[in-house]
Design a protein around this ligand. Structure first.
Ligand code: ARG
Length: 466
């Protein structure tokens, strides 16, 4: 018999039961549901709404149910509809009338909002931890590659020289923002909706703050209608996870490119690459490709929930039960990607020779050559034109700015001297880009220090081996 069967004289159709039930997916919130109920029961007793002895019986039995679920000795029945009614029904089976008092001054509407906030708070912390480990890996790679010169690209065309360290620290900056975005999301989510009741609160003299504190919330939601119908925190999380996946996907794309024969800047460890069933020579970057591919799936979850919510009047509507599968899937997806992605980066080998060879082609020091003429007194626009002509000439003759003779240089401008060869050396080009944020070792060092501080503020220590 259903908990709400009082008003009904016929059973629901079996297909309705199946469509209506959320227990196949919301069962994963069993721990949060039980924690919430324990705090609620304790508050009801403290406020004299139920007897202390009854509250104690409820709390003890809920503890027993939690143990049984964790030991695998619990049956989640479709007939119970959702995790909230499943546990409440089991409680009453175990302790009788006292169990029936638990739902006093509470609705499944504020209960589900509470459970989801508690659950997501826990998972966000796990995600943040994994991102911090990823940032630490990037920091570590960067600390060893401050001298690994490579081309930086715009339009995927070789543009100017940088180092692998500088490149990695760009991604560290992106993942840092992901961490702080999730921290913000966590902070806004950190309010207890319990006490909102079905939608307009309750007539019982409850103590919402007591429950909130017992459950580790910073405070309580301010309006009961909003308390039960707000899913912004889920949408915000999905947005943050979408941006995170977008960053992972961009780096995945670089990994895929870099381990192609066309680049060969890196080689993945055999443990993080896969083979082909037909082509014996293949070593494929499946991890990076899957992370790139799963990004679409996380975006899909965000779009699904935005669309579900857009036409809903206040307050709770059953549509909102559709919030869980997308956000659970997104959280699972992100957590399945992050640790493997980090391990893939930590175990890849970097080919400095291939990067340097690529940097030597493509005239990525042309800007530096123009800057050389500017230092000798020429306006930048004129210098730019002269170097453009030089590059065209080099291309025609199969030369580079390094291999051209001084005589050839002089044919374009008498301002050229022997020291031009030092000016166009890749190491000089990198070292002179020492503005804050730039690729010069001193500038990258500052970025490493800033990231080290960021990680240490969050309890992650960096081993300085550089
Ligand atoms: N299973 C529901 C959900 O996930 C719980 C809330 C149901 N409330 C209701 N009045 N039907 O949204």
């Amino acid at each position: 018999m259903k908990l709400w069967s009082g008003r009904f004289s016929a059973d629901t159709d079996a297909l309705v039961d199946k469509l209506n039930a959320s227990i196949p997916f919301d069962r994963r919130m069993y721990r949060e549901d039980i924690e919430g109920s324990i705090a609620h029961a304790d508050m009801l007793a403290a406020q004299g709404i139920i007897d202390r002895a009854e509250a104690d019986a409820i709390i003890a039995a809920l503890g027993g149910i939690l143990k049984d679920i964790e030991a695998g000795n619990y049956e989640f029945k479709l007939a119970d509809e959702d995790i909230h009614m499943s546990i409440e029904a089991e409680l009453t089976r175990r302790i009788g009338d006292a169990g029936k008092r638990l739902h006093t001054a509470r609705s499944r509407n504020d209960q589900v909002a509470l459970d989801l906030r508690l659950y997501l708070k826990r998972r966000i912390r796990e995600i943040i931890d994994e991102i911090l480990h990823l940032i630490r890996a990037l920091h570590n790679i960067a600390s060893h590659t401050m001298d690994a010169v490579m081309p930086a690209y715009t339009h995927l065309q070789r543009a100017q020289p940088t180092t692998f360290a500088h490149y990695m620290m760009a991604y560290a900056s992106m993942f840092r923002r992901d961490v702080t975005r999730l921290e913000d999301c966590l902070e806004r989510m950190d309010l207890s909706p319990l006490g909102s009741g079905a939608l307009t609160g309750t007539t019982y003299p409850i103590d919402r703050m007591r429950v909130a504190k017992a459950l580790g919330f910073a405070g309580i939601t301010e309006n009961s209608m909003d308390g039960v119908s707000d899913r912004d925190y889920v949408i915000e999380l999905l947005s943050d996870l979408s941006i995170l996946m977008m960053h992972l996907s961009r780096l995945s794309e670089e990994i895929v490119l870099w381990c192609s024969w066309e680049f060969k800047f890196i080689e993945l460890s055999d443990r993080y690459a896969t083979g082909s069933s037909i082509m014996p020579q293949k070593k494929n970057p499946d991890v990076a490709e899957l992370v790139r591919g799963k990004t679409g799936r996380v975006y899909g979850s965000l779009l699904a929930l935005l669309t579900t919510m857009k036409g809903l009047p206040l307050a709770y509507n059953k549509d909102m039960q559709e919030d869980k599968e997308p956000v659970f899937d997104a959280v699972d997806t992100v957590l399945s990607c992050l640790p493997v992605f980090t391990a893939m980066l930590e175990t890849m080998t970097i080919s400095r020779d291939r990067m340097r060879a690529a940097a030597l082609e493509g005239f990525i020091n042309a800007t530096d050559c123009a800057d050389y003429l500017v230092r000798k007194g020429l306006p930048f626009r004129d210098a730019y034109t002269i170097v453009g002509n030089i590059v065209a000439d080099c291309v025609r003759r199969g030369l580079t700015l390094e291999t051209m003779s001084l005589e050839d240089y002089r044919a374009f401008s008498p301002l050229f001297d022997e020291d031009v060869f030092r000016a166009v050396r890749l190491e000089t080009c990198v070292a002179s880009r020492n503005v804050p944020g730039g690729p010069a070792p001193t500038a990258v060092w500052a970025q490493l220090e800033s990231v080290r501080k960021f990680l240490e503020e969050r309890g992650v220590t960096v081993h300085d081996e550089a």
